[in-house]
Design a protein around this ligand. Sequence first.
Ligand SMILES: NC(=O)c1ccc[n+]([C@@H]2O[C@H](COP(=O)([O-])OP(=O)(O)OC[C@H]3O[C@@H](n4cnc5c(N)ncnc54)[C@H](O)[C@@H]3O)[C@@H](O)[C@H]2O)c1
Length: 252
Amino acid sequence: MSPSFAGKVVIVTGAASGIGRAAALKFAHHGAKVVVSDHDEAGGQETVRQINNLGGTATFIHTDVSQESDVQRLIQKTLDTYGRLDCAANNAGILPKFVPTHQYSTEAFDKVMAVNARGVFLCMKYEIPAMLQNGGGAIVNTSSAAGLVGMPYLVGYVASKHAVNGMTKTAALEYASQGIRINAVNPGGVKTPMAAAAAASMPQNPNAPDPHPIGHSAEPEELANAIVWLCSEEASFVVGATFAVDGGMTAD
Ligand SMILES: NC(=O)c1ccc[n+]([C@@H]2O[C@H](COP(=O)([O-])OP(=O)(O)OC[C@H]3O[C@@H](n4cnc5c(N)ncnc54)[C@H](O)[C@@H]3O)[C@@H](O)[C@H]2O)c1
């Protein structure tokens, strides 16, 4: 059965690229009005163009998710434009270079925490009151397999994604009885610009097997499927889940 988002308003952050763009397109395909949020104006406008070409409805709102005033403006403009907020995919994120912990710069640590962890906190902080006005909603935060297990050379990223899973579970507990379901997706490797850029700084071992038991990385659409499903009524009993979509990477 295909989920329906007709009449629903959805925010997707980090929607100028990769998983966020795929999720924005899928929400639009299922009838949602989509707020495309990113700090990349050109990429965001391209996502809006692709949604419009499908016959969907979307608008771009420039947002740096690490900035409180930007996030406040994102929610206010969403309400001004479409009158309500039903769902949010808090997906914007960055992946700094692979560096051992003792050489990891404090600036890189602070930056990744500001975007990946503070950004998700700020988005939930301002999305939740808007959803309470409708009597409920659904939020999906994009974490990572690095939010479930340790990963060498990624101390800041791992800290930020563990924080996302912890905040997801905490907020889920607080708002479940008020009709807001809050969950996280935890991707393994996904074929996006982020993954391509990360590969350049990854310690190379040509003989290393693919880390995914399934044998390959995901397409962005495979993550979009999970995000849209978690926001849909079909996931009505899923609350506080840190849902691994990682080809089995964290199963053992
Ligand atoms: N690609 C992977 O292998 C992988 C694996 C696990 C988790 N993730 C997570 O998935 C999410 C999406 O990543 P992706 O792979 O699609 O990467 P991507 O680089 O293609 O997309 C990330 C988007 O976030 C935006 N962004 C970055 N900083 C921002 C900020 N401060 N404010 C607003 N927007 C900002 C970028 O402009 C970009 O459009 C991220 O949270 C990432 O950590 C990705």
